[in-house]
Structures are given as structure tokens and as C-alpha cells.
Design a protein around this ligand. Sequence first.
Ligand code: HEM
Length: 146
Amino acid sequence: MNTGLLHLHNLLRWVILITLIWSIAKLLTKQDALKTSKILLISAHTTLVLGLYQYFFGPVGYQLVSQAPGGMKEVMKDAAGRFWAMEHISSMIIAIILITIGHIKYKKGGKPGTTTVLYLIALLLILSAIPWPFRAGIGRPWFPGL
Ligand code: HEM
């Protein structure tokens, strides 16, 4: 089950990236972005739940920290440990919070410009915290199982 959930977490990254870029494009061209933004919100929240599950029950989150003799301090000394125990989850959680605020503001009729800025920051955070296959030591597949 764990592998299946990780595959889903991997795959949803593409749904998030596509709907995020699509929503930004619609907002910039003054089109109605509510539908794409809603798909973005749902996929981001699903990915968050799956990510939390991976963090607490997978090998590179809580387990890594609790099993290291020196705890968090020791994990932080290693680039891969730091990425999984801190960078990935903190950047992604901040990005998902920005997406949530951006969506709610837009839905309530707020300025599309505010949502655009929040979505652009979220996009940068997500792009920087994805374990892309070319990233040494932390790279993961482009698609589940590949
Ligand atoms: C926009 C949100 C996110 C994206 C795009 C994303 C993307 C990814 C990708 C592509 C992987 C590699 C999957 C694979 O090996 O096939 C991954 C792994 C992982 N993610 Fe995320 N993630 C997000 C949010 C989160 C959050 C919020 C958490 C934790 C609270 C999290 C925790 C993890 C963990 C622990 C792994 C490694 C699991 C393992 O190898 O056992 N992710 N993530």
C-alpha cells in the first residue's frame, strides 16, 4: 500500500504543476481560473495528506530522524537527510498554504493579482523542492515506477 501511495504522491506532482501553471496563465490573461484553481487545491491537499503519511510511515521522514543516534542534529549534517527531513516538507507545506490562501481570496472575489503572486511564489517553492531525477543524492523518478 505504501508504494502505491508514494506512486500517487509522485503522479499528483504533475497535476499540481499543470493546474498551477494553467491557473497562473488564466489569471494573467484575465480568464476565469476558478475551475483549474479548484483542481489545483484538491490535488495539493491530497498530496499533503499523502506526504504526511510518507513522512510518518515511510523510511526517510520520522523514521530517519528517530533512528539516527544524534537525532535531528545528525540528520541535518547530511544533504539528503536535510532535504527529506526538512526542505521538502517545509517548502511544500508553505506552497500549499499559499495555494489555499490564493484560491480562497480568488473565490471570494479578491484581486486576481494577489492570487497570481501567491501562485507564482508557490510554483517556485514547489519547483525547488521536488526531488527531480537529476538532483544528486535525492533524485527520484519523473513518473511512478520509472
Ligand atoms: C506540492 C506538494 C508536493 C510535491 C509536488 C511532492 C513531490 C514529491 C515527489 C515527486 C516525491 C518522490 C516520489 C517517488 O519517489 O516516486 C516525493 C516524495 C516524498 N514526499 Fe513529497 N511532495 C509534496 C508535498 C509533500 C509534503 C507536504 C510532505 C510531507 C508532509 C511530503 C513528504 C514526502 C516524503 C516523506 C517523500 C519520500 C517518501 C519515501 O521515499 O519514502 N511531500 N514528494
